[in-house]
Unconditional design. Structure first.
Length: 654
C-alpha cells in the first residue's frame, strides 16, 4: 500500500523556514537599530546637556560680570539704584548654580560647585560691605580677589563637567562602535548559520531524494526493475516516489508480459521456420517429382548398358571359353564400370539435392553446386531438343548453403526448360562474371521472355498451367539468395528470352569448404595388391548377401581376415567371442540399424569408435549427416569405387 501523503509540502516548509529566517534577521536588525538609536539619543541628550550647561555657565558668568560692573559704578550712583541691579545679577548667578544641582553630578563636581557658591557669597558680602564702608579702596581689592577666585572655581567646575561629558560621549561612541561590530558579527553568524541550515535542509530534503531518484532510474535503465525509491518527508517527493515506484511496477509487469510475448514469438518463429523448411522440402520433392520421368530415362540408359554388357560377358565366357584378359577388360569390363559410374553419379546428385537443407551458411564451391544441377537437368534438356551450356570458373567460392543454392539454380533451369519446351533449338546459357566483392551468375535462355519481371518473385505467382507449378520456386529462390547476403534480378533480353542474374557474395579463397563438397572430390587411389600388416581382421556387417560376398572379395586383396555378419546381433556375437581391428557396417538393416550398432560400440567397445566405417546408400539420415560432418573419412557412399573402398579400409587399419 502506498504511504499516506504528509500534510506539509516542501514548498510550505521552504516558505515557513524562509519566513522564520527573515523574521529572525529583521528582529536582530530591529534590536540593533533600537540600541543604536538609543545610544544616538543618549549622545544627542549629552550634547544638548553640554550646550545647556554652556548657556548656564554663560549666564552665571554674565551675572557675576554685571555684579562687578554694579560695584564698579557704586560711587557714581546712589545706593538705592545699586542694590536692585546687584541683587538681580546675583539672582541670575544663584539660579544658574541651583540648576546645576538638579543634574547628574559626581562628588568632585558637587564639591567644586559648592566652592563656586561660597566664592560667590564672599564676593557679594564684600560688595555689600563696600556700600557701607568709608574706605572702599581696601574692600575693592578684596572684592577683586573674590571675583577672581569665583571665576577660577567656575572655570574649574566647567572643565570638570566638560571632561566628564566628553568621557560620556566617548563611551557612547565606543558603545555605538561595539554595537555596530556586534551587529555585523551577528549578521555574519546569522548568515553562516542560515546558510548551513539551508544547505543541510536542501541536501536532506532535495538533493538526497533527487540523488536516490537518479540512482534508481539508472538501475532501472540497466534492467533492475525491482528497484524502488523510498518515500520522502515532503509531499512533492512522496508523490514523485509513489509515481516512480508505480512506473517501476508497470515496467516490471510490461517486461514480464514482453518476455512472455517473446517466448510466444519464439515458439511461433520456430513454427514458421519449421513450416518454411517443410515448404522448401516440399518444393524440392515437387521438383524431384517433376524430374522423375527424365531421370528414369537417364537411369535406364546406363542400367540397360550394364545389364547388356553383363549378359554379353556371361555369354562370351560360356561360348568361347578362355579369352585374353585385355580383351575382356576392353570389350566388357570397362563399359560395365563406365555405365555403372554414370548411374552412380546421377543417383548421388539426386540424393544430394533432395536431402533436407542444413541452416549453416558458409563457403561453397560454386562450380560443384552448378555441376549437380547441370547433371540432373542436362538429360531433360537433351530429350526436349534443347541445350544446356555452362561457362564456369573453377575454384570460385561463394557465401551460401550448398543445397539451397542448388535449389535456386534448379528452379531457374526448370523454368527455362518449361518456357522453351515448344522450341527445338533453344539454349539455356549459364555464365559466371567475377566482381570485386560479388560473383554474378547470368542464366539466359531463348524462350518467350517474362510477362511481368517485377512480379516473378511474388509468392504463388505463376504463368504455368494448373498442376504444373506452385508459384513458390522463384519466391523461395529470392529468399534463399537474400539469406546469403546476395540478390536476384529478372529481366527480358533485347534479342528475346529471359535473363535471371544471381548475385552472390565472394568468399575467402582460403576458406574451408563444407564436407558435402569435399566428399565429392577425388580420393587417393588404392593400388590392388598392396597389403597392410599380416592377418589384420575386419568385421563386415551387411544384410545384402551379394554385397557381403563382394566385400569379402575386395578385402581379400588387402590380405586381411574377413569376418561376415548379416545383422547387428550376429556382429555382437562375433565381438563377444574375439577382437577385431576394423568394423565396416551398413546403416539401414532389418531390426537394429548401423547407428544403433555404433551407439552400442561407444558404450561397450569405446576403443573401436575410431575404427568404424559406415557404408550407406542413404544420404538423408540426420544422425549420419552429423557423424559425417565430424568424421568425413569414416563414411563411404554406395555405389562406391573399389579403389576408394580399399583406400578407406587401409587408412583406418594403418
Amino acid at each position: 500500500m502506498p504511504r499516506r501523503l504528509v500534510d506539509r509540502s516542501l514548498r510550505t516548509r521552504l516558505l515557513v523556514s524562509g519566513t522564520l529566517v527573515l523574521t529572525s534577521v529583521i528582529v536582530a536588525l530591529g534590536v540593533l537599530g533600537a540600541s543604536n538609536e538609543r545610544m544616538r539619543l543618549d549622545l544627542t541628550t549629552a550634547t544638548r546637556s553640554i550646550l545647556d550647561e554652556q548657556q548656564i555657565a554663560n549666564r552665571i558668568i554674565g551675572g557675576v560680570m554685571r555684579q562687578l560692573v554694579a560695584v564698579a559704578t557704586l560711587e557714581d550712583r546712589a545706593d538705592s539704584l545699586f542694590r536692585p541691579d546687584f541683587d538681580a545679577a546675583g539672582a541670575i548667578v544663584y539660579n544658574g548654580l541651583q540648576s546645576y544641582l538638579f543634574r547628574d553630578l559626581s562628588g568632585d563636581e558637587r564639591h567644586q560647585l559648592e566652592q563656586v557658591k561660597e566664592e560667590h557669597q564672599r564676593m557679594e558680602v564684600a560688595a555689600v560691605r563696600m556700600t557701607h564702608a568709608p574706605d572702599r579702596q581696601a574692600l575693592r581689592s578684596a572684592l577683586a580677589l573674590h571675583s577672581t577666585d569665583l571665576l577660577n572655581a567656575m572655570n574649574g567646575f566647567l572643565r570638570m563637567r566638560e571632561a566628564n561629558l566628553q568621557a560620556l560621549a566617548d563611551r557612547q561612541e565606543q558603545a555605538i562602535l561595539r554595537l555596530r561590530i556586534a551587529g555585523v558579527l551577528l549578521l555574519l553568524l546569522f548568515g553562516t548559520v542560515g546558510a548551513w541550515l539551508s544547505l543541510r535542509f536542501v541536501r536532506r530534503r532535495v538533493t538526497d531524494p533527487l540523488a536516490q531518484l537518479a540512482d534508481a532510474a539508472d538501475r532501472i535503465g540497466h534492467g533492475e526493475l525491482t528497484t524502488r525509491v523510498p518515500a520522502g518527508h515532503d509531499r512533492e517527493f512522496q508523490s514523485l516516489a509513489i509515481a516512480f515506484n508505480s512506473m517501476s511496477e508497470r515496467l516490471a509487469r510490461a517486461q514480464g508480459a514482453l518476455a512472455s510475448r517473446n517466448d510466444e514469438l519464439e515458439v511461433a518463429l520456430e513454427q514458421v521456420r519449421a513450416t518454411q523448411a517443410e515448404l522448401v522440402q516440399s518444393e524440392k520433392l515437387g521438383a524431384v517429382g517433376r524430374m522423375t520421368a527424365g531421370l528414369a530415362h537417364e537411369l535406364n540408359n546406363p542400367l540397360a548398358s550394364v545389364l547388356g554388357y553383363g549378359e554379353m560377358l556371361a555369354a562370351h565366357l560360356r561360348e568361347r571359353g578362355a579369352t585374353a584378359p585385355e580383351e575382356l577388360a576392353e570389350r566388357f569390363v570397362s563399359p560395365l564400370v563406365r555405365e555403372a559410374t554414370r548411374a552412380r553419379l546421377l543417383v548421388r546428385s539426386l540424393l544430394h539435392f533432395s536431402r533436407r537443407a542444413a541452416p549453416e551458411i558458409g563457403p561453397v564451391c560454386l562450380q560443384s553446386a552448378l555441376d549437380v544441377v547441370i547433371g540432373l537437368r542436362r538429360g531433360a534438356f537433351e530429350q526436349a531438343g534443347l541445350h544446356l551450356e555452362a561457362e564456369l570458373v573453377p575454384g570460385l567460392l561463394v557465401i551460401a548453403e550448398q543445397r539451397r543454392l542448388q535449389a535456386v539454380f534448379l528452379n531457374i533451369c526448370n523454368n527455362a526448360l518449361h518456357a522453351m519446351r515448344e522450341r527445338k533449338d533453344g539454349t539455356l546459357r549459364i555464365t559466371v562474371v567475377e566482381c570485386v566483392d560479388f560473383i554474378d551468375v547470368h542464366c539466359e535462355d531463348d524462350g518467350p521472355g517474362i510477362a511481368s519481371p517485377e512480379r516473378v518473385f511474388e509468392p504463388f505467382y505463376t504463368t504455368k498451367e494448373a498442376g504444373e507449378g506452385t508459384g513458390l520456386g522463384l519466391a523461395l529462390s529470392r529468399r534463399f539468395v537474400m539469406d546469403f547476403g546476395g540478390g536476384i534480378q529478372a529481366s527480358n533480353r533485347d534479342q528475346g528470352g529471359a535473363c535471371l542474374t544471381v548475385r552472390l557474395r565472394r568468399a575467402d579463397p582460403d576458406a574451408q569448404v563444407s564436407a558435402l563438397v569435399a566428399d565429392q572430390g577425388a580420393l587417393p587411389t588404392a593400388h590392388p595388391g598392396e597389403t597392410t600388416a599380416p592377418r589384420r581382421s575386419v568385421l563386415v556387417v551387411e544384410d545384402e548377401p551379394e554385397l557381403r560376398r563382394l566385400s569379402a572379395l575386395m578385402l581379400a586383396r588387402l590380405d586381411v581376415e574377413v569376418l561376415l555378419a548379416g545383422d547387428v546381433p550376429a556382429a555382437r556375437e562375433v565381438l563377444n567371442s574375439r577382437e577385431v581391428d576394423l568394423i565396416v557396417s551398413d546403416v539401414k538393416m532389418p531390426g537394429e540399424s548401423g547407428i544403433d550398432f555404433y551407439s552400442w560400440i561407444r558404450v561397450q567397445r569405446p576403443a573401436m569408435t575410431s575404427r568404424f566405417l559406415f557404408v550407406t546408400g542413404d544420404l538423408t539420415m540426420p544422425e549420419l549427416g552429423e557423424f559425417a560432418a565430424e568424421h568425413p573419412m569414416a563414411v563411404i557412399h554406395k555405389p562406391f569405387e573399389v579403389q576408394d573402398y580399399l583406400q578407406r579400409v587401409r587408412s583406418m587399419l594403418a
